[in-house]
Design a protein around this ligand. Structure first.
Ligand code: ZN
Length: 217
């Protein structure tokens, strides 16, 4: 049985003069292993339980929890998932045991043949992206805030300044690398979107002219 990606809640973000409203996309990958990606704010506990129940799952049936990075809107309900191995940014743990993994050197963490967690720093220096080969949607990347929302493809100011970036140059490279190699993206703060041929071509062109060498998706 292949994997299916279900976005339980679409992320969003909007800004006015004095405050920003935001919550992250919360995504379930269902299949041989069950994986949840990003757990929203502590106030969303009941919604997550209810979202999982729509897919006949409860938190104790989740095998892996991945938080794409350590900002408060992405880690709020990690303690719902006590049977899962936790991958929080570059840190992998279960209870008080930490598993050493060299994300820093670009090494993906392989969950199985169809799911990898790859390092995609930029938004923070320890961001990760989950890349899934699915049964009927092709390859899907759940990227957290590497992509804020689809609109940031045409308006880079949204990811580089509104959302903020700890290393814009690395983030730009990682964005292009994801665009050039997947079919769908679940961004951190907007609905899932299809990667168009135009987006792919543009990103490949940029990658071609840079010396980054990514080949592990
Ligand atoms: Zn975020």
């Amino acid at each position: 049985m292949g994997y299916q990606v279900h976005v339980l809640f679409d992320g969003y973000s909007s800004m006015n003069d004095s405050e920003m409203k935001a919550n992250c996309s919360c995504t379930l990958i269902k299949g041989n292993k069950n994986i949840i990606v990003d757990t929203m704010t502590p106030w969303d506990r009941d919604r997550i339980i209810e979202g999982l129940s729509r897919h006949n799952l409860s938190p104790d049936k989740i095998d892996y929890l991945v938080c794409t990075h350590c900002h408060s809107d992405h880690v709020g309900n990690n303690n719902l998932f006590l049977n899962a191995k936790h991958i929080v940014g570059f840190s992998i743990s279960s209870k008080d045991t930490y598993f050493i993994h060299p994300f820093e050197t670009g090494e993906p963490y392989v969950i199985d043949d169809d799911i990898k967690v790859i390092p995609t720093p930029g938004h923070t220096l320890a961001d990760v992206t989950v890349v899934v080969k699915t049964k009927d949607q092709g390859t899907v990347a759940i990227t957290g805030d590497l992509f804020e929302k689809e609109e940031d493809i045409d308006n880079p100011h949204l990811w580089s300044h509104v959302a903020g970036s700890d290393d814009p140059e690395i983030q730009r490279q990682n964005r292009n690398r994801i665009l050039s190699s997947v079919d769908w993206i679940v961004p951190g703060h907007g609905p899932m979107f299809k990667v168009t041929e135009k987006m792919k071509e543009r990103s490949k062109d940029v990658l071609h002219h840079s010396d980054c060498n990514f080949h592990y998706i």
